[in-house]
Unconditional design. Structure first.
Length: 122
């Protein structure tokens, strides 16, 4: 990401995306602590932003809700912007060609993320 001041590029800021993958037999709480420590370290090193993905179909990728995971970092990350790399929708009932189903999918995504944003801002 390029840093800008008055429209001029003044440098580059670091950011990262992660899709944390761990051995499937690794203790889940330990791997989540390690993933959180990675974000905190990136913040301490001056990274400008960090995003993480979410997956619910495998044991190696243990973050099933990136929004919930990022919400656990709000009190430890001081300067870095946090973002979801992905937000998984339910596995049924989202056809973007159908306006009714598209609105339903958008509403489900908002219902998943907005309470966490509100809690983080409180």
């Amino acid at each position: 990401m390029l840093a800008r001041e008055s429209g001029k590029v003044i440098g580059m800021q670091l950011g990262f995306f992660t899709m944390p993958i761990h051995p499937s037999d690794k203790d889940w709480p330990v791997s989540l602590r390690e993933d959180r420590a990675t974000f905190v370290l990136a913040d301490e090193l001056g990274f400008a932003e960090a995003c993480c993905g979410e997956h619910s179909a495998g044991t190696a990728e243990n973050i099933t809700s990136s929004a919930m995971f990022l919400a656990t970092l709000v009190d430890q990350v001081r300067q870095m912007r946090l973002g979801t790399g992905t937000v998984n929708l339910p596995n049924a009932g989202h056809d973007w060609r159908d306006p009714t189903l598209a609105r339903r999918s958008t509403t489900l995504m908002a219902e998943k993320v907005l309470p966490l944003v509100n809690a983080a801002c409180a």
